[in-house]
Structure formats: C-alpha cells, structure tokens
Design a protein around this ligand. Sequence first.
Ligand SMILES: [Zn+2]
Length: 249
Amino acid sequence: MKESDKVLTVLTRELGVISIYAKGAMRLKNKFHSSTGVFTYSEFVVFEGRGDRMYQLNEAVVKKVFYNLSDSVENIALAMYMSELVCEAVVPDEASNDILRLFLNCLHMLCQGRWSLLMTKAAFEMRLMSDIGFRPNVAGCKRCNEYQKDMFYFDAEGGHLVCPDCAKGYDAGYFVCEPPVTLALRYFALADLEQMFSFRLKGGSLVQLSAICERYILNRTKDSYKTLDFLKPLTEPLIMAEINSVKGN
Ligand SMILES: [Zn+2]
C-alpha cells in the first residue's frame, strides 16, 4: 500500500462494518477523496478479493457530508465514540440497516442543533444496545409489572426497572428514574426511530439519563473506550450547564 492510499472502516447497510481499500484517496485530486472523508455517508461499489475481509473501492458517490460536525471538538469526539461503539458492537456480515439509520439520524440531530450532545450520546447508547439484542426492560417494574409510578430505579446490571415498593432497599447499581427519565428510556428502547427523534430532555433529568445510558453500555460491552476517555472531560461543562439551567429557572 502507498502513502496516498487509504483503508476505510465503513459501516454498511448490508455487511456490517467492513474495511475498504481506496487507491490514491489521500490525494486531493483523487476521485475518491471527498467520498472517503471521515463521517461521510457515501454509496460505494466495491470488489471482493483482497483477502482478510478487505474490499477494493471501485466507484463512490457522496450522499451526505456532515459539514458542521467539525465545528466543535465535542461533536467530533462524540462521533468518534459512536464509531468505536459500532465497531465493538456490530457483527461482521450481518445487515445493520437499523444501526446505520440510527448513526446517520443522530449525526443529523447533533449537527442541526436539534439535540444537545448529551441527548445524542444517551439516545445513541441506549438505542444501539437495544438494536443489538440488549434491549432493557423499561416497560414497568420487573417484579410487580406496575408501569405508572412516581419513581423507579433502573438496575443497570440487570437492565430493568424496579419500583421502590419491590426494591428491597437501595442497591449500588440502582439509578433513580423520575418520570421524565423513565419516559426517555422508553422512547429510546421501545419507540419507532422517527418517534424517538421527536423526544427532548433537559436539565437534571438529562444528566441522570446520560449517566444511566453510559453505565448500561459499559456494563453490557466493555469497561472502557479510548474515545470515551477523550470525550468525558469535554462533557463536564455541558453537564454543569444543564444543572445550572434548571437552577436559573
Ligand atoms: Zn414493583
């Protein structure tokens, strides 16, 4: 491989995450240059046969570039983290249309400013887990099935809700869910994708939701992500701003 060539890691609709060899794509004048940019949504025609699950790029058309993603280091950091999660979670050779749609829609919501970074992150984490077979049970209390309560606990180990009546004391893995947080979890885990994107949350509830979704994904996948270590300190001012926004009202 030459310095001007690229190996892309691509989330595809049909084949999960694959590697594509793009000859000369590093060169500005190369026909593949723009379609192979990071976080670009493109249509590719590829050939098999390079071995090691590596495809060769033959044709490419740009479908969508998320221009204002690079305006903010926080947004880039989130997109990197989302990518690492996908590489960890998506099984090769398996259709991943839902995950591709989730990824594209989350980037869209973020870049349009329709969702805050914390909202986008929490939604992506919880929906991704749900789509790959770790959908938590957030319909009602796991033990008594009651679904309308002033408060639940989310058990991040078990991936379910418990009501205070059924919870035998407080457990270290429990997160308090007030009604807006419970509702958010239901939207993320159970609603149609379009419905999910109509949901909004702010303030302390969003901070709590954010903590829950992150804990859940770390419990279910692995303990740490390099991209999350980078993202975390960047989210601290955003968390403080959410908390203060409620105090100010
Ligand atoms: Zn109960």
